[in-house]
Design a protein around this ligand. Structure first.
Ligand SMILES: [Zn+2]
Length: 298
């Protein structure tokens, strides 16, 4: 599943490519991929221009000029692919195309294909495809005034890269007196928005904290270190173009390089820790494969 940096990369690409475009048609090919779609929803979307692309946690928010937003959650296998029509009216798969999200051939091959769930056509004949092999992702239309009440957004914790996310905020969001493992707490989108398996493992390594440590056992110093590590890992990954753990491809078809360049433990079990030379272990925490240096992480 793409995490905050991967969604941020997609956001930036879409922002550059689709803002200002006017929607001519929308075709939801699978009902489950656009819950709540109706003739009324269609009438709001068609004719609207896209005025913004934003991100909240792992969620994309595409703002329309009709006081509504499209909420897009990619979940496990979702991807967004933008293609401009070339001068023959065919969908071009070269220069002006882009794909972000789950890595499979649908990012680069002719669309629609069997994974295509929703198609937006713009008035200039370019298109935005929402592909989703496993159909866990979704698109929803929400009135802007109702965004804060959306069942998913309402529960989201703070944005870790926002200026007001201090270590005190992190401490406040962590469950009090909880014996839950710190990694489980980091994966909980209500604690902090946008962190998944990669950045939980990397942040805990950078902070020198073992993923199984009960939340209640963390000192203020450790929470402060963890806060710094979260911000640092996420910023580094965005700078690297995201992760290639699953070969996420960004808006220009570039692969992110975070895992190759900067990740210290994720997917490195059996290799030695760059800091101390101890082998990196893979254990299970919160039901997820977890990478840890048991010498550096206490
Ligand atoms: Zn180590």
């Amino acid at each position: 599943m793409p995490e905050l940096p991967e969604v941020e990369i997609i956001k930036r690409g879409l922002d550059r490519l689709i803002v200002g475009r006017k929607i001519a048609t929308i075709e939801p090919l699978v009902q489950r991929s656009f819950p709540g779609f109706s003739a009324e929803v269609e009438s709001i979307i068609v004719g609207s221009a896209i005025c913004s692309v934003a991100r909240r946690g792992k969620l994309l928010l595409v703002g329309l000029d009709s006081e509504h937003s499209l909420l897009i959650h990619l979940r496990m296998t979702g991807q967004l692919v933008y293609r401009q029509a070339d001068y023959n009216g065919q969908m071009s798969s070269s220069n002006d195309s882009f794909g972000g999200g789950h890595p499979n051939a649908s990012l680069i091959k002719d669309l629609p294909d069997k994974t295509t769930r929703v198609i937006f056509s713009f008035t200039d004949d370019s298109r935005l495809y929402f592909n989703d092999q496993r159909k866990f992702g979704y698109i929803k239309l929400v009135r802007n005034s109702d965004l804060d009440d959306d069942s998913f957004i309402r529960k989201l914790g703070p944005e870790p890269l926002a200026g007001d996310f201090t270590w005190h905020v992190l401490k406040e969001r962590l469950p009090k007196k909880s014996t839950r493992a710190i990694k489980a707490a980091l994966l909980d989108q209500c604690v902090v928005a946008g962190i998944g398996n990669i950045y939980a493992d990397e942040s805990l390594f950078a902070a020198g904290i073992h993923p199984t440590r009960p939340v209640v056992s963390l000192s203020d110093d450790e929470i402060e270190r963890l806060h710094g590590a979260i911000c640092c890992c996420l910023r580094q990954s965005i700078a690297d173009g995201g992760s290639t753990a699953r070969n996420y491809v960004d808006s220009q078809g570039m692969r992110g390089e975070y895992l190759e360049l900067h990740a210290q433990v994720f997917n490195r079990s059996g290799q030695v820790c760059a800091r101390c030379g101890h082998p990196i272990d893979k254990i299970r925490v919160a039901g997820r494969g977890t990478h840890v240096c048991s010498k550096c992480q206490k």
